[in-house]
Ligand binder design. Structure first.
Ligand code: NAD
Ligand code: GLY
Length: 360
């Protein structure tokens, strides 16, 4: 097992990474302060892994709430199901919530934990690659609104993140690829050496070789933990973690949540960000081609949906959380391995990218 620490003073927490960690009850129990726990999962994941959590927590008063599966259910109605369960189970302020699942379950459980009785503890047990490398770490929680992705939420850090890489054995190939998009993101924004490693090891990752997956998860969590420790509330460099997300969130919302997976939308969004960066003269055309090809090798989409117009993009992008005082800020690349957040981009170049008038 490898352990990383997310350093946030008295709210610091460990990130455990290893095979078979769900079979080590003390990793969970050491982070449970009260006498009761409520596990939140969904109808796909619970039959696979809820027993392990129940066994680990057998000394506690515990129950589970099983949500419908899918990004389309990441909303206030589903969140209300969690609150109802917590009230019916008489959960109190010392109850610990366990998020067992991917980013959808993790984000909703985290928001329920942030808001139930003004805040209770929770532990992240991510079961998708995307949740392991990104969403379970850093304390961003929330739900979608029909008019915008992740628009309702809170910052609320977990007590621990427990990553059992064995759970990836049941994950669908398409979901694995979606997770790889967020892994590639770390290389693009801050680690050229890791990008080269990913280029060399893409086939091993797709074949789920344990050493390759384990290194990719460890390195990604290391990056995430460093960035969050330096800028928990996203007043500066944490925004760089959103490379491709402004374009990607627009695709997710416009197409209907769940049609494009989050990681797929981010992959296409990163290509669009690269195209705009090339239009600004920062990236070479060859870099854009390199990024497209790496994402394509990970079986990810690299072109926006043909049904989306430039106006569709602008409508959704105008409610992005990076809009400040009415002006849109984007994460762009100064070079491979170096990103910036800027409102200072050529608006005509952005329109050309959104209308697909440029191609890397
Ligand atoms: P997801 O939670 O929908 O999980 C993907 C699918 O895999 C679901 O059908 C799920 O039931 C299934 N699944 C999960 N684990 C499985 C397993 N081990 N075996 C078999 N099936 C399994 O999607 P995701 O990609 O994990 O997360 C995407 C969400 O995360 C989006 O809502 C996105 O906004 C959010 N996100 C949040 C942050 C953050 O910082 N909070 C960062 C990135 C993404
Ligand atoms: N996924 C972006 C962030 O956590 O800031």
């Amino acid at each position: 097992m490898q352990t990383l620490n997310l350093d946030l003073g008295d709210r610091s927490y460990p990130i455990y990474i290893g095979q078979g960690l769900l079979q080590l009850p003390e990793l969970l129990t050491v982070h449970v302060q009260g006498k009761s726990c409520v596990t939140v999962s969904n109808e796909t994941i619970a039959p696979l892994y809820l027993d392990s959590i129940n066994t680990a927590l057998k000394a506690y008063k515990q129950s589970a709430v099983i949500l419908p599966d899918g990004e389309a259910y990441k909303n206030l109605d589903t969140l209300n199901q969690i609150y109802t369960h917590l009230l019916e189970a008489k959960a109190d302020r010392k109850t610990t919530l366990i998020a067992l699942g991917g980013g959808v379950v993790g984000d909703m459980t985290g928001f329920a934990a942030a808001s139930y009785q003004r805040g209770v503890n929770f532990i992240q047990v991510p079961t998708t690659l995307l949740a392991m490398v990104d969403s379970s770490v850093g304390g961003k929680t929330g739900v979608n609104h029909a008019l915008g992705k992740n628009m309702i939420g809170a910052f609320h850090q977990p007590q621990a993140v427990i990553i059992d890489t064995n759970t990836l054995s049941t994950l669908a190939d398409r979901e694995l690829s979606a997770g790889i998009a967020e892994v590639i993101k770390y290389g693009l924004i801050r680690d050229l050496e890791f990008l080269a490693w990913l280029d060399e090891n893409m086939d091993a990752l797709l074949a789920r070789q344990p050493e390759a997956l384990s290194y990719a998860i460890y390195r990604s969590c290391q990056h995430k933990a460093e960035v969050v420790a330096s800028d928990e509330r996203e007043s500066g460099q944490r925004a760089l973690l959103n490379l491709g997300h402004t374009f990607g969130h627009a695709i997710e919302a416009a197409m209907g949540y769940g049609q494009w997976l989050h990681g797929e939308a981010v992959a296409t969004g990163m290509v669009m960000a690269a195209e705009l960066s090339a239009q600004m003269g920062w990236l070479a055309q060859a870099d854009v081609v390199y990024i497209r090809q790496l994402l394509e090798r990970a079986h990810l989409p690299v072109d926006p949906p043909t049904t989306m117009t430039g106006d569709d993009f602008m409508r959704y992008m105008s409610v992005d959380k990076k809009v400040l005082d009415g002006s849109l800020r984007l994460i762009l690349m100064k070079s491979l391995g170096e990103a910036i957040v800027t409102a200072d981009f050529d608006a005509d170049a952005l329109k050309r990218v959104l209308r697909r008038e440029v191609k890397g």
